[in-house]
Design a protein around this ligand. Structure first.
Ligand SMILES: Cc1ncc(C[n+]2csc(CCOP(=O)(O)OP(=O)(O)O)c2C)c(N)n1
Ligand SMILES: [Mg+2]
Length: 265
């Protein structure tokens, strides 16, 4: 129950940003991964634990860096950043750019936004941690369209071969990219089987359900784990749901009013 309320609160914080930022925003991409981010940051990792210092803090790499707004809003919900992200998002020189920029203070491990970078980085870290006997987990979130990138395939192959079970990859499987459906552009006909063929454990879950995410994250084996999280792009705002035109768009005054009504602002 607490998680449901937190997810609603995160979506309200995200929409509040439109009062201060009239630029295009990756609304639908950000709304898609709210529960995934909340779950990883508050439950699966020690990311939000004040007592964890950098020597033991798990790593989160949001490779779909265009969903930075969701990461800021979740971090704010968990008390990791201040409310200033609402007014400062996308402002020149602020700590809250539209795509994620490496920032140790915010525990943003590497810059992302150019798709296909996060998983290779995660795999490199996983190898380093294994070799040095460092007991940290690495969580990486990618988009389903992003999985078309060859660099993602290479990283999957490497991690599977070397049994990097310190990586948990979450694929935000919303079925849409920036300008169409993932199936029409390059189809993953059976992503679960395709990822398993690279030597991973792959599990398909509802990416908006904390219970299902929880079960998937519990079942760690000697292989790296990929959680294929079925999501709705634009989740929570009726006119954005499953409409790829909301991938990156300005929310005008009338629609902002409607969005606010829908989420209780
Ligand atoms: C290398 C690269 N190519 C293209 C883009 C432009 N771009 C940004 S987001 C996006 C679509 C991503 O779709 P998906 O991975 O499914 O993410 P979603 O927003 O649906 O979560 C594209 C093509 C980019 N940022 N980087
Ligand atoms: Mg997608």
């Amino acid at each position: 129950m607490r998680h449901l309320e937190q997810a609603e609160s995160v979506r309200r914080k995200m929409i509040s940003v439109a009062d201060h930022c009239q630029e295009k925003i990756h609304w639908a991409s950000s709304l898609s991964c709210v529960e995934i981010l909340l779950y990883i940051m508050s439950e699966a990792s020690n990311f939000a634990d004040e007592k964890a210092d950098d020597s033991c803090r798990d790593i989160l790499i949001v490779s779909k860096g265009h969903a930075a707004l969701a990461q800021y809003a979740v971090m704010n919900e968990l008390g990791l950043i201040g409310d200033d992200f609402v007014t400062q998002y996308q402002k020149n020189g602020s700590d809250y750019p539209e795509e994620l920029i490496k920032d140790k203070g915010l525990h943003i491990e590497c810059s992302t936004g150019s798709l296909g970078l996060g998983l290779p980085y995660a795999v490199g870290k996983a190898i380093l941690f294994k070799r040095r006997g460092i007991n940290k987990k690495i969580f990486c979130i990618v988009g389903d369209g992003e999985c078309d990138e060859g660099s993602v395939w290479e990283a999957l192959m490497l991690a599977g071969q070397h049994k990097l079970n310190n990586i948990i990859l979450v694929i935000d499987f919303n079925g849409l990219q920036a300008d169409g459906s993932t199936d029409e552009i390059i189809a993953w006909n059976n992503m679960q089987k395709q990822i398993e063929a690279f030597g991973w454990q792959a599990l398909a879950v509802d990416g908006h359900s904390f219970e299902e995410l929880d079960k998937a994250f519990e079942s760690i084996t000697d292989k790296p784990t990929a959680v294929i999280a079925k999501t709705i792009k634009g989740k929570g705002i009726s006119f954005m749901e499953n409409d790829y035109s909301w991938h990156d768009r300005i929310l005008n005054k009338d629609l902002l009013r409607q969005a606010k009504m829908e989420i209780g602002l």
